[in-house]
Write a protein that binds this ligand. Structure first.
Ligand SMILES: NC(=O)c1ccc[n+]([C@@H]2O[C@H](COP(=O)([O-])OP(=O)(O)OC[C@H]3O[C@@H](n4cnc5c(N)ncnc54)[C@H](OP(=O)(O)O)[C@@H]3O)[C@@H](O)[C@H]2O)c1
Ligand SMILES: [Zn+2]
Ligand SMILES: [Zn+2]
Length: 351
């Protein structure tokens, strides 16, 4: 085993502490990656804050990171030491099921191995995430980071970005589309940038009217205030696609009413049971959909699109020692629009 340092919740507290971690020795098709930057996803917050009581299972969050290859296993041909790479929230899959064969490893029938709190397919260990200085990853699930992209601002593309990219693409969003993005956070601001870059007339739906200037800066046409009944009523049936990135449980009805006839509400944010009035689908023959993460081809295509269009996340970069502050502020919706941790402060002895 090799050792590294990271930020871990031990199950008895929701505070992350700097801890020495073990990483597996490299398998033939593994890369060792020095993690430089890792985004703070709202899923990390759900994981850390919901972890209380699961004592004994270590949790190291972090599933959107960029860094540099420091070592390669003997069977690796696509990467060399020194290559900049990016890793998202999936680090393995069965490779054989119809979903994997279709390049949708994110939907693997045997369930993909998640970057943290997942089950390693070979040794059964719990995966530890990217809030750490080193990660060991199977080469198939690392992506060359395009030189055009700033490595810190690109990190959030690997979860937040690809999670909104795949549904936008599969729903055929393009120049004739009318798209609304509900919830202007990490996922939402990238969904807005992508929809605009794909040529769609794009709106933002937010509880926060003070985000209107940001919405316009991101290229959106307007901001619909979700807490203002007049604003919502004025947008009835207006959108071919509504991308819902809201992080809390909520009634889908008000958002379905904004979907145009035969359009789709893609519910990506808070996952779990929802209650839907079928009449909200019936009137206008509307569709309700969901998605999560991306397959290997989709992730590579998203990175190429971002490099071509110059798209990265709007970030606030913090030394990783301030990770607990980042999680607190994320819980209070106090981020525009993604925290990224700089892991270089983990070099040296565990303090
Ligand atoms: N499907 C997947 O694979 C996948 C992948 C990544 C993340 N997620 C999930 O997606 C959600 C968003 O993640 P994120 O990192 O983008 O979070 P985030 O940066 O915190 O953004 C979430 C946004 O939701 C809105 N919001 C928050 N609480 C709300 C409430 N009570 N009512 C209405 N709106 C509310 C806020 O936007 P406004 O201020 O504009 O209202 C907030 O900025 C999380 O639940 C996360 O776990 C899913
Ligand atoms: Zn995520
Ligand atoms: Zn599979």
């Amino acid at each position: 085993m090799r050792t590294t340092t990271g930020w871990q919740a031990d199950g008895s507290t929701t505070t992350l502490r700097r801890t020495q971690l073990k990483r597996r020795d490299l398998r033939p098709d593994d890369l060792a990656v020095r993690v430089d930057y890792c985004g703070v996803c709202h899923t990390d917050l759900h994981a850390v804050r919901g972890h209380d009581g699961e004592a004994g299972r270590p949790l190291v969050p972090g599933h959107e990171f960029t860094g540099v290859v420091t070592e390669t296993g003997p069977a690796v041909t696509g990467f060399s030491v020194g290559d900049p790479v990016a890793v998202g929230n999936i680090v393995d899959s069965c490779g054989e099921c119809p979903m994997c064969r279709a390049g949708q490893e994110n939907f693997c029938h045997a369930f993909p191995t998640l970057t943290y709190d997942g089950l390693d397919r070979q040794d059964g260990s719990t995966t530890l995430g990217g809030y750490s200085r080193e990660y060991v990853v199977r080469d198939r699930f690392a992506y060359p980071l395009p030189a055009a992209l700033d490595p810190a601002a690109a990190a959030p593309l690997l979860c937040a970005g690809v999670t909104v990219w795949e549904p936008l693409r599969s729903l055929g969003v393009g120049p004739d589309s009318r798209v609304a993005v509900a919830g202007l956070g990490g996922l939402g601001h990238l969904a807005a940038k992508f929809a605009v870059a794909l040529g769609a007339r794009t709106s933002v739906i937010s509880r926060s009217p003070d985000k209107a200037d940001d919405a316009r800066r991101l290229g959106a046409h307007d901001l619909i205030v979700s807490t203002d009944p007049d604003s919502m009523a004025g947008a009835r049936d207006r959108f071919d696609v509504v991308i819902d990135t809201i992080s809390a449980p909520h009634d889908l009805g008000p958002y379905l009413r904004l979907v145009a006839m035969d359009g789709t509400l893609s519910h990506l944010g808070h996952l779990g049971p929802v209650t839907v009035e079928t009449i909200d689908l019936l009137i206008g023959r509307k569709k309700l959909s969901s998605a999560g993460s991306g397959g290997r081809p989709g992730t590579a295509a998203m990175l190429a699109f971002c490099a071509e269009q110059g798209i990265t996340a709007d970030i606030e970069l913090l030394p990783s020692a301030r990770v607990n502050e980042a999680l607190d502020r994320l819980a209070h919706n106090d981020v525009r629009y993604r925290f990224v941790l700089d892991l270089s402060d983990l070099d040296g002895d565990v303090g």
